[in-house]
Design a protein around this ligand. Structure first.
Ligand code: SR1
Ligand code: MG
Length: 421
């Protein structure tokens, strides 16, 4: 199916894709028997699950506009191209961590991929209070492998520069992040919203907070100028699918070359937001254990990331940065370890900044998250959000003085109990 773009619908999909071998092989040859559901609950795209007598597949199609807002906000279809190319690289760099791709149609901006079942979106699982046993390990490894192997620490520099040029064209999706994440929360931007008037005072305080605004812009500068590695670009808990025994990362349409700390910071921010939202989900009993689990997961994710990144540094550092000829080959193992420490501590400091402002934009900007949004009681929701906002401000502004994840988690626990800030 090539030619002029046309959005699919539940009704037209079997007819339009009925001859597509990638689908017929997996779903069944008789397209009239296919069962099609549109399940997209993200902000941008159509997502269909197609089932037949042989099995099932997912068809994801970009729309020429932002689904959340409508056609008043056009958005290029080429994001599907970047998603496809990011997925192929992620599969190579972290095998088994993303859905298998069966087919890509650039004109129709659609990707046919593996149907992950009975996987659920991680954010949903955390809202339900499910303690998934492997997410810290799986996500920590995914981030270390994709972020290390997509950088000049690993890649042939000519190939990395070509890839950098390819993804540099993902301008409009970067623009969304640049505005929605780094700027809009800190002024009265048109599409902003927050939960209720209970937050008005705090919102005004944050918008008048010079240190915070300067920090957010320093982070935006870093995001835009530090083309360090191929990022997922939108690695929040809605971009991860889980069962107890498996974790898969999805939706890398925001992929581009940016700072390593961005993916890690966004991800950890989503664990911390899940933590602050738990008090709003206690209808069926205390979430003390879930809160402890979420702090443990954030600490373990960072520990696994560090360990795997360090392992790759010691065993796979074949790129043009920190060449072995300067260190190991001269017997200078300490020099290489010193450089590694330096790099990890830079990632740490920056990820705290990215995490802090990710928390802010999910509460003050356009795109909120279900962790807070599904709390029906407005006062309770506002109280959870207020704590998260204060926590986000603290870690963003004081990031250079915070030296361990235990320190951050202790602060989170104190803020949650309303003992601090
Ligand atoms: C207009 S898009 C809003 C948000 O949805 C995506 O998932 C990204 O997080 C983006 O910032
Ligand atoms: Mg998405």
């Amino acid at each position: 199916m090539t030619g002029k773009f046309e959005a699919l619908s539940v009704e037209t999909l079997p007819k339009r894709l009925g001859a597509n071998e990638a689908l017929t092989e997996r779903i069944g040859k008789d397209a009239s028997q296919w069962k099609v559901r549109e399940v997209g609950d993200g902000n941008l795209n159509l997502v269909f699950i197609v089932e037949g007598d042989r099995g099932a597949a997912v068809v994801k199609q970009a729309l020429p506009y932002v689904r959340l807002v409508g056609d008043s906000w056009p958005l290029p279809l080429k994001r599907s191209f970047f998603e496809y190319h990011a997925l192929t690289r992620q599969e190579r760099r972290a095998p088994g961590s993303v859905p298998a791709i069966y087919h890509f149609d650039e004109d129709q901006a659609l990707i046919v991929m593996e149907y992950l079942s009975p996987h659920v979106i991680l954010r949903r699982a955390l809202i339900e209070g499910r303690e998934l046993p492997n997410i810290a390990r799986d996500i920590g490894l995914f981030m270390a492998r994709t972020l290390f192997r997509g950088s000049d620490l690993s890649m042939v520099t000519r190939e990395r520069k070509a890839d950098l040029a390819l993804f540099a064209d993902n301008v409009e999706l970067c623009d969304i992040t640049e505005n929605l994440v780094f700027s809009d929360p800190y002024f009265d931007a048109e599409m902003n919203r927050h939960t209720s008037p209970q937050l008005d005072g705090l919102v005004a305080e944050l918008r008048a907070d010079r240190d915070l605004k300067v920090e957010a812009q320093r982070l935006k500068h870093l995001f835009a100028a530090n083309a360090e590695t191929l990022l997922h670009g939108d690695l929040h808990s809605g971009s991860i699918m889980v069962i107890d025994t498996e974790t898969r990362m999805i939706d890398p349409e925001f992929a581009f070359y940016g700072p390593i700390a961005f993916d890690v910071g966004m991800l950890l921010a989503n664990f911390w937001m899940a933590f602050f939202s738990q008090r709003g989900h206690q209808e069926n009993g205390s979430r003390d254990s879930m809160r402890a689990y979420l702090l443990r997961v954030s600490a373990e994710t960072w520990a696994i990331f560090r360990a795997e990144f360090s392992h790759l540094w010691r065993t796979e550092r074949t790129g043009m940065l920190y060449q072995k000829s300067l260190f190991e080959d001269q017997g200078d193992l300490l020099g290489s370890e010193q450089a590694l420490d330096h790099m990890l501590s830079g990632i740490w400091t920056d990820l705290l900044g990215f995490a802090g402002i990710e928390v802010h934009r999910r509460i003050l900007g356009l795109a909120h998250n279900a962790d807070f949004e599904t709390i029906a009681d407005a006062d309770l929701r506002a109280s959870c959000e207020a704590k998260a906002l204060k926590f986000g401000r603290h870690i963003a502004v004081n990031r250079r003085q915070i030296h361990s994840i235990d320190e951050v988690n202790t602060l989170a626990a104190l803020v949650e109990q309303e003992n601090r800030i």
